[in-house]
Write a protein of this length. Structure first.
Length: 465
């Protein structure tokens, strides 16, 4: 033990198997993007607590960051028919995202060209044959062309060409629709960096929404986001996972300004455990669950060289049976580990078939003490099948637990453990005098996120001068 401790102190990494050791024991040569190490120290400065609590900081984010970034607005499958739309809101900004033609998605500022009225209510979604203002009835086609104006004779200066709806940049990737409020923004493709190449082997576009849950939370949007960017909290917040979760030896990577990743091991015990369970015991926990109900139904553990292999075999069989999807090309780590990506500023798609989650975090209006968190599950579309309809969207209030959303299945109680911390973090940050301190390695994704955020704020404030 003392030897292990000194290794921990000198390497700057946890005891427990490294990525190379886990992959060697798996013995199936995972793709290079998972083996790649892309960590760099980003310093150790503390963060001012008012980044999470002050109206002034929120206003700077709104002005200089949210107006410049590519942000996920919806899934393409949520607007499948011509005229289907989603209103995407961020602070004071509101954008209508609409399927205007079979293969075309457009986005417009949600403001009438006459006297500014919101054309569609914030937060709504539905289908429309045209875009008509509720005030005086000015009307546009779905592609933003002016169609008609009541008492046209009274507006001699209004020419159709100059009175299109104000268009907003749109891009798609992985079945997601992204918008950017900055007309001069670089392409979505360049913004995504390495992300598309890492999802090529199990594409997000070939998946369908099996859960789509939004909840209002009593904390800043960054407090909620950051609770999901590290596995450092597992030992204290999710102790039930320690017997089968390699938490402190999680692998962390960052790429460019916008992308980061964590890779938390499944099927190996936490390095925190003094008396870790045997591999057979871990297999039993993962295959049968902690209770005995699954065993009573006659489930058998696959014959496999390790708990990780057993879980991988089970998952492949389940995905085939439940979703008609063949995942036989994926290696053990791709199947079982918690591999979660982050795209600045607020979008987290998981690579993991075992738990195919996507998170999105947004401010709630302009209140720095509130936010919206969304959790989606994206299961495979059958290889030979029609695309299933996405599940209906569920919206939970601040007092509605995620366990009210049965479609999130086994992850809800884990979310509830995280939720228990969030309002306390927000309250604590309001009273804190000292800066927020981050771990060099395990919290590198949070530091990386703030570094990018600061770039936007600095660039915007420079332009203001
Ligand atoms: S404000 Fe929209 S038609 Fe008058
Ligand atoms: Fe958590």
């Amino acid at each position: 033990m003392s030897h292990a401790k000194s290794a921990e102190q000198t390497s700057g990494r946890s005891i427990g198997p490294s990525a190379d050791e886990v992959f060697r024991l798996d013995g199936d040569n995972p793709p290079s993007f998972l083996r790649e190490d892309s960590y760099e120290s980003l310093g150790n400065a503390t963060l001012a607590p008012n980044r999470y609590t002050s109206q002034e900081f929120h206003d700077l984010e709104m002005k200089h960051m949210w107006t410049k970034v590519w942000q996920m607005a919806c899934r393409e499958e949520e607007i499948p028919k011509i005229g289907d739309y989603v209103v995407h809101d961020i602070g004071d900004f509101s954008v209508i995202v609409v399927r205007s033609k079979d293969q075309t998605i457009d986005a417009f500022l949600n403001a009438c060209r006459h006297r500014g009225t919101q054309l569609r209510e914030s937060g709504t979604r539905g289908n429309m044959s045209r875009i008509r203002c509720p005030f005086h009835g000015w009307t546009w086609d779905l592609d933003g062309k002016l169609q008609s104006i009541p008492c046209r004779w009274d507006f001699p200066e209004v020419i159709d060409e100059g009175y299109k709806l104000s268009s907003v940049k749109v891009g798609t990737w992985g079945g997601f629709v992204f918008i950017n409020l900055d007309p001069d923004a670089d392409s979505l493709e360049s913004y995504l960096g390495v992300l598309p190449s890492h999802f090529e082997r199990w594409p997000l576009e070939n998946r369908s929404l099996t859960a789509n849950v939004q909840r209002q939370l009593n904390c800043n949007w960054k407090v909620a986001l950051e609770a999901f960017l590290e596995a450092y909290h597992v030992v204290q917040t999710h102790p039930q996972a320690l017997p089968f979760t390699g938490d402190s030896n999680t692998k962390y990577d960052v790429w460019g300004d916008n992308v980061s990743r964590l890779l938390t091991w499944s099927g190996i015990p936490s390095p925190h455990m003094e008396n870790p369970p045997s591999d057979e015991e871990i297999t039993s926990m993962l295959v049968f669950g902690v209770g005995t109900e699954a065993r009573a139904e006659g489930v058998e553990a696959p014959k496999a060289p390790s708990a990780r292999h057993a879980l991988a075999e089970l998952l492949k069989a389940q995905m085939k049976e439940t979703f008609g999807a063949d995942l036989s090309h994926l290696t053990v780590t791709e199947l079982v580990d918690s591999t979660q990506y982050f795209l600045f500023p607020n979008f987290c798609p998981w690579l993991t078939p075992a738990l195919p989650l996507v998170y999105r975090f947004r401010p709630y209006g302009n209140d720095p003490d509130k936010c919206l968190m969304e959790a989606q599950l994206l299961h495979p579309v059958p290889d030979d099948g029609p695309r299933p309809d996405p599940v209906p969207r569920r919206e939970l209030g601040p007092d509605d637990p995620f366990t009210d959303a049965p479609e999130l299945s086994q992850i809800s109680p884990v979310f509830e453990q995280d939720m228990g911390n969030l309002h306390r973090i927000q309250r604590g940050l309001k009273t804190a005098k000292e800066g927020v301190t981050l771990g060099d390695y395990q919290e590198i994704r949070i530091r990386h996120f703030h570094k990018t955020l600061d770039k936007y704020l600095a660039a915007g404030q420079k332009d203001d001068r």
